[in-house]
Design a protein around this ligand. Structure first.
Ligand code: GUN
Length: 292
Protein backbone atom coordinates (compact mmCIF):
# COMPACT_ATOMS: atom_id res chain seq x y z
CA UNK A 1 0.00 0.00 0.00
CA UNK A 2 1.36 3.44 -0.87
CA UNK A 3 1.95 6.51 1.28
CA UNK A 4 -0.60 9.25 0.66
CA UNK A 5 0.79 12.67 -0.21
CA UNK A 6 -1.83 14.73 1.58
CA UNK A 7 -2.26 18.04 -0.25
CA UNK A 8 -4.69 19.35 2.36
CA UNK A 9 -2.27 18.87 5.26
CA UNK A 10 0.70 20.24 3.33
CA UNK A 11 -1.35 23.23 2.16
CA UNK A 12 -2.52 24.00 5.65
CA UNK A 13 1.00 24.07 7.06
CA UNK A 14 2.21 26.29 4.20
CA UNK A 15 -0.74 28.66 4.65
CA UNK A 16 -0.18 28.84 8.42
CA UNK A 17 3.38 29.89 7.71
CA UNK A 18 2.19 32.50 5.18
CA UNK A 19 -0.11 34.06 7.80
CA UNK A 20 2.93 35.06 9.85
CA UNK A 21 4.80 36.31 6.79
CA UNK A 22 1.87 38.51 5.75
CA UNK A 23 1.64 40.07 9.22
CA UNK A 24 5.34 40.92 8.93
CA UNK A 25 4.92 42.30 5.39
CA UNK A 26 2.12 44.58 6.49
CA UNK A 27 4.24 45.92 9.37
CA UNK A 28 7.14 46.52 7.05
CA UNK A 29 5.43 47.89 3.95
CA UNK A 30 2.22 49.34 5.35
CA UNK A 31 -0.11 47.11 3.34
CA UNK A 32 -0.87 43.49 2.64
CA UNK A 33 -0.48 41.65 -0.67
CA UNK A 34 -3.68 41.93 -2.73
CA UNK A 35 -5.06 39.39 -5.20
CA UNK A 36 -7.83 40.15 -7.68
CA UNK A 37 -9.74 37.24 -9.17
CA UNK A 38 -11.94 37.81 -12.22
CA UNK A 39 -14.72 35.41 -13.11
CA UNK A 40 -16.78 35.68 -16.27
CA UNK A 41 -20.16 33.95 -16.25
CA UNK A 42 -21.37 31.34 -13.83
CA UNK A 43 -19.74 28.03 -14.70
CA UNK A 44 -20.25 26.00 -11.49
CA UNK A 45 -16.75 24.46 -11.52
CA UNK A 46 -15.12 27.88 -12.10
CA UNK A 47 -17.31 29.40 -9.40
CA UNK A 48 -16.18 26.75 -6.91
CA UNK A 49 -12.46 27.22 -7.78
CA UNK A 50 -12.78 31.00 -7.47
CA UNK A 51 -14.52 30.71 -4.10
CA UNK A 52 -11.66 28.49 -2.91
CA UNK A 53 -9.11 31.12 -4.02
CA UNK A 54 -10.87 34.00 -2.27
CA UNK A 55 -11.32 31.90 0.89
CA UNK A 56 -7.63 30.98 0.91
CA UNK A 57 -6.67 34.66 0.58
CA UNK A 58 -8.81 35.47 3.62
CA UNK A 59 -7.30 32.53 5.53
CA UNK A 60 -3.72 33.70 5.03
CA UNK A 61 -4.75 37.29 5.78
CA UNK A 62 -4.13 38.85 2.39
CA UNK A 63 -6.46 41.32 0.71
CA UNK A 64 -8.52 40.09 -2.19
CA UNK A 65 -11.20 41.27 -4.56
CA UNK A 66 -13.58 39.23 -6.65
CA UNK A 67 -14.62 40.84 -9.94
CA UNK A 68 -17.71 39.15 -11.34
CA UNK A 69 -18.61 39.83 -14.96
CA UNK A 70 -21.64 38.51 -16.85
CA UNK A 71 -21.31 35.68 -19.38
CA UNK A 72 -22.05 38.11 -22.24
CA UNK A 73 -19.47 40.72 -21.21
CA UNK A 74 -17.58 42.03 -24.23
CA UNK A 75 -13.92 41.24 -24.72
CA UNK A 76 -13.30 44.98 -24.83
CA UNK A 77 -14.89 45.48 -21.40
CA UNK A 78 -12.87 42.61 -19.87
CA UNK A 79 -9.66 44.04 -21.31
CA UNK A 80 -10.48 47.48 -19.90
CA UNK A 81 -11.09 45.97 -16.44
CA UNK A 82 -7.65 44.32 -16.68
CA UNK A 83 -6.07 47.61 -17.80
CA UNK A 84 -7.53 49.32 -14.73
CA UNK A 85 -6.16 46.63 -12.41
CA UNK A 86 -2.75 46.76 -14.11
CA UNK A 87 -2.59 50.46 -13.29
CA UNK A 88 -3.84 50.03 -9.71
CA UNK A 89 -0.89 50.18 -7.29
CA UNK A 90 -2.90 48.46 -4.57
CA UNK A 91 -3.17 45.29 -6.71
CA UNK A 92 -0.31 42.76 -6.75
CA UNK A 93 -1.84 39.79 -8.53
CA UNK A 94 -4.51 39.41 -11.24
CA UNK A 95 -6.07 36.07 -12.10
CA UNK A 96 -8.71 35.58 -14.79
CA UNK A 97 -10.44 32.26 -14.20
CA UNK A 98 -10.37 30.05 -17.29
CA UNK A 99 -12.06 28.90 -19.42
CA UNK A 100 -13.64 32.07 -20.79
CA UNK A 101 -16.81 32.16 -22.95
CA UNK A 102 -16.19 31.34 -26.62
CA UNK A 103 -16.63 34.96 -27.82
CA UNK A 104 -13.59 36.08 -25.79
CA UNK A 105 -10.07 35.43 -27.04
CA UNK A 106 -8.24 33.82 -24.10
CA UNK A 107 -4.80 34.62 -25.49
CA UNK A 108 -5.63 38.32 -25.77
CA UNK A 109 -6.81 38.33 -22.16
CA UNK A 110 -3.74 36.54 -20.81
CA UNK A 111 -1.47 38.85 -22.82
CA UNK A 112 -3.23 41.90 -21.35
CA UNK A 113 -2.31 41.06 -17.75
CA UNK A 114 0.78 42.97 -16.64
CA UNK A 115 3.71 40.53 -16.53
CA UNK A 116 4.54 41.49 -12.96
CA UNK A 117 0.94 40.80 -11.81
CA UNK A 118 0.54 37.49 -13.67
CA UNK A 119 0.10 35.25 -10.59
CA UNK A 120 -0.92 32.31 -12.82
CA UNK A 121 2.36 32.46 -14.72
CA UNK A 122 0.41 32.10 -18.00
CA UNK A 123 1.64 35.29 -19.73
CA UNK A 124 3.94 34.49 -22.69
CA UNK A 125 6.64 36.58 -20.99
CA UNK A 126 6.53 34.33 -17.94
CA UNK A 127 6.34 31.17 -20.05
CA UNK A 128 9.42 32.27 -22.02
CA UNK A 129 11.32 33.00 -18.83
CA UNK A 130 10.36 29.60 -17.38
CA UNK A 131 11.72 27.80 -20.46
CA UNK A 132 14.84 29.94 -20.52
CA UNK A 133 15.51 29.13 -16.87
CA UNK A 134 15.19 32.76 -15.78
CA UNK A 135 13.49 33.95 -12.58
CA UNK A 136 9.73 34.04 -13.21
CA UNK A 137 6.31 33.39 -11.78
CA UNK A 138 5.92 29.61 -11.92
CA UNK A 139 2.37 28.33 -12.71
CA UNK A 140 0.58 27.25 -9.54
CA UNK A 141 -0.32 23.61 -10.25
CA UNK A 142 3.16 22.60 -11.49
CA UNK A 143 4.77 24.46 -8.57
CA UNK A 144 2.53 22.60 -6.12
CA UNK A 145 3.29 19.27 -7.78
CA UNK A 146 7.03 19.75 -7.33
CA UNK A 147 6.53 20.63 -3.65
CA UNK A 148 4.47 17.46 -3.21
CA UNK A 149 7.11 15.29 -4.87
CA UNK A 150 9.76 16.91 -2.67
CA UNK A 151 7.89 15.90 0.50
CA UNK A 152 8.47 12.23 -0.39
CA UNK A 153 12.21 12.72 0.15
CA UNK A 154 13.04 11.05 -3.18
CA UNK A 155 15.80 12.67 -5.20
CA UNK A 156 14.28 13.77 -8.54
CA UNK A 157 17.70 13.93 -10.21
CA UNK A 158 18.23 11.08 -12.66
CA UNK A 159 14.73 9.67 -12.23
CA UNK A 160 12.48 8.79 -15.15
CA UNK A 161 9.48 11.12 -15.09
CA UNK A 162 6.46 10.66 -17.33
CA UNK A 163 3.95 13.48 -17.65
CA UNK A 164 0.69 12.39 -19.27
CA UNK A 165 -0.88 15.49 -20.81
CA UNK A 166 0.62 18.42 -22.67
CA UNK A 167 -1.48 21.40 -21.59
CA UNK A 168 0.05 24.85 -21.21
CA UNK A 169 -1.29 25.04 -17.64
CA UNK A 170 0.09 21.75 -16.29
CA UNK A 171 1.74 19.25 -18.63
CA UNK A 172 4.33 21.43 -20.35
CA UNK A 173 5.39 23.53 -17.33
CA UNK A 174 5.61 20.57 -14.93
CA UNK A 175 7.77 18.75 -17.48
CA UNK A 176 10.13 21.76 -17.55
CA UNK A 177 10.28 21.93 -13.74
CA UNK A 178 11.14 18.21 -13.58
CA UNK A 179 13.79 18.72 -16.28
CA UNK A 180 15.25 21.60 -14.24
CA UNK A 181 15.66 19.09 -11.41
CA UNK A 182 17.51 16.72 -13.73
CA UNK A 183 14.77 14.14 -14.25
CA UNK A 184 14.67 12.37 -17.62
CA UNK A 185 11.29 13.56 -18.80
CA UNK A 186 8.82 12.08 -21.27
CA UNK A 187 5.67 13.98 -22.19
CA UNK A 188 3.01 11.45 -23.18
CA UNK A 189 -0.35 12.31 -24.75
CA UNK A 190 -3.36 10.95 -26.58
CA UNK A 191 -1.26 9.86 -29.60
CA UNK A 192 1.47 8.16 -27.55
CA UNK A 193 1.93 4.55 -28.67
CA UNK A 194 1.62 1.98 -25.88
CA UNK A 195 0.94 4.54 -23.21
CA UNK A 196 0.70 1.83 -20.55
CA UNK A 197 4.26 0.66 -21.21
CA UNK A 198 5.58 4.25 -21.24
CA UNK A 199 3.91 5.01 -17.90
CA UNK A 200 5.08 1.73 -16.35
CA UNK A 201 8.70 2.90 -16.76
CA UNK A 202 8.14 6.04 -14.70
CA UNK A 203 9.67 6.61 -11.28
CA UNK A 204 7.55 9.77 -11.20
CA UNK A 205 4.20 9.68 -12.98
CA UNK A 206 2.13 12.85 -13.39
CA UNK A 207 -1.36 12.33 -14.82
CA UNK A 208 -2.92 15.52 -16.19
CA UNK A 209 -5.28 14.51 -18.97
CA UNK A 210 -8.79 15.02 -17.62
CA UNK A 211 -9.90 11.42 -18.23
CA UNK A 212 -11.43 9.73 -15.20
CA UNK A 213 -9.44 6.80 -13.77
CA UNK A 214 -7.38 6.43 -16.95
CA UNK A 215 -4.15 5.42 -15.19
CA UNK A 216 -4.60 1.92 -13.82
CA UNK A 217 -2.35 -0.24 -11.63
CA UNK A 218 -0.72 -1.99 -14.62
CA UNK A 219 0.57 1.43 -15.77
CA UNK A 220 2.33 2.14 -12.47
CA UNK A 221 5.87 1.04 -11.66
CA UNK A 222 6.03 -0.52 -8.19
CA UNK A 223 7.18 2.14 -5.72
CA UNK A 224 6.62 5.07 -8.13
CA UNK A 225 5.49 8.54 -7.08
CA UNK A 226 2.06 9.08 -8.67
CA UNK A 227 0.67 12.61 -8.92
CA UNK A 228 -2.96 12.85 -9.97
CA UNK A 229 -3.91 16.26 -11.38
CA UNK A 230 -7.34 15.21 -12.66
CA UNK A 231 -10.54 16.58 -11.17
CA UNK A 232 -13.37 14.75 -12.94
CA UNK A 233 -16.97 14.72 -11.82
CA UNK A 234 -18.63 11.40 -12.61
CA UNK A 235 -22.16 10.18 -11.97
CA UNK A 236 -22.76 7.82 -9.06
CA UNK A 237 -25.61 6.41 -7.05
CA UNK A 238 -25.91 7.88 -3.56
CA UNK A 239 -26.46 5.81 -0.40
CA UNK A 240 -30.18 6.53 -0.55
CA UNK A 241 -30.35 5.15 -4.10
CA UNK A 242 -30.76 8.54 -5.80
CA UNK A 243 -28.43 9.68 -8.60
CA UNK A 244 -25.53 11.91 -7.59
CA UNK A 245 -21.97 12.66 -8.62
CA UNK A 246 -18.49 12.34 -7.16
CA UNK A 247 -14.99 13.59 -7.91
CA UNK A 248 -12.34 11.23 -9.25
CA UNK A 249 -8.88 11.84 -10.60
CA UNK A 250 -7.14 10.69 -13.76
CA UNK A 251 -5.70 7.81 -11.74
CA UNK A 252 -7.67 4.77 -10.67
CA UNK A 253 -6.76 5.35 -7.02
CA UNK A 254 -8.18 2.05 -5.80
CA UNK A 255 -5.85 -0.09 -7.92
CA UNK A 256 -2.89 2.29 -8.38
CA UNK A 257 -2.46 2.88 -4.65
CA UNK A 258 -1.71 -0.82 -4.22
CA UNK A 259 1.36 -0.49 -6.49
CA UNK A 260 2.66 3.10 -6.10
CA UNK A 261 5.14 4.11 -3.42
CA UNK A 262 3.48 7.51 -2.99
CA UNK A 263 0.20 8.78 -4.38
CA UNK A 264 -1.92 11.94 -4.25
CA UNK A 265 -5.65 11.56 -3.54
CA UNK A 266 -8.54 13.28 -5.35
CA UNK A 267 -9.95 15.35 -3.79
CA UNK A 268 -7.41 16.62 -1.27
CA UNK A 269 -4.25 16.27 -3.33
CA UNK A 270 -3.04 18.63 -6.04
CA UNK A 271 -6.16 20.88 -5.87
CA UNK A 272 -5.47 22.47 -2.46
CA UNK A 273 -1.78 22.88 -3.36
CA UNK A 274 -2.67 24.82 -6.53
CA UNK A 275 -4.59 27.36 -4.47
CA UNK A 276 -1.81 27.58 -1.88
CA UNK A 277 0.77 28.23 -4.59
CA UNK A 278 -1.45 31.04 -5.87
CA UNK A 279 -1.12 32.65 -2.44
CA UNK A 280 2.64 32.16 -2.62
CA UNK A 281 2.81 33.70 -6.11
CA UNK A 282 0.80 36.72 -4.95
CA UNK A 283 3.25 37.26 -2.09
CA UNK A 284 6.10 36.90 -4.60
CA UNK A 285 4.58 39.55 -6.91
CA UNK A 286 4.08 41.84 -3.89
CA UNK A 287 7.72 41.42 -2.84
CA UNK A 288 9.03 42.06 -6.35
CA UNK A 289 7.04 45.29 -6.41
CA UNK A 290 8.84 46.33 -3.24
CA UNK A 291 12.10 45.68 -5.05
CA UNK A 292 12.89 42.44 -3.18
N1 GUN B 1 -8.83 27.09 -14.80
C1 GUN B 1 -8.39 25.86 -14.43
N2 GUN B 1 -7.21 25.96 -13.79
C2 GUN B 1 -6.89 27.27 -13.77
C3 GUN B 1 -5.78 27.98 -13.25
O1 GUN B 1 -4.84 27.43 -12.67
N3 GUN B 1 -5.81 29.34 -13.43
C4 GUN B 1 -6.83 29.97 -14.07
N4 GUN B 1 -6.76 31.28 -14.21
N5 GUN B 1 -7.87 29.32 -14.57
C5 GUN B 1 -7.89 27.98 -14.42
Amino acid sequence: MSTIIDGKVLSLSLKEEMKGRIVELEKRYGRKPCLVVIIVGDNPASRSYVTGKIKAAAFVGMDSRLVELPEDVSEEKLLSVIDGLNADDAVDGILVQLPLPAHINEDKVIDAIALEKDVDGFHPGNVAKLWLGRPCIVPCTPKGIIKMIETTGIDISGKKAVVVGRSNIVGKPVAKLLLDRNATVTIAHSRTKDLAAVCAEADILVAAVGRPCMVTADMVKPGAVVIDVGINRIPCVKEDGTPGSRLVGDVDYESASKVAGFITPVPGGVGPMTITMLMENTIECFLRKQGC
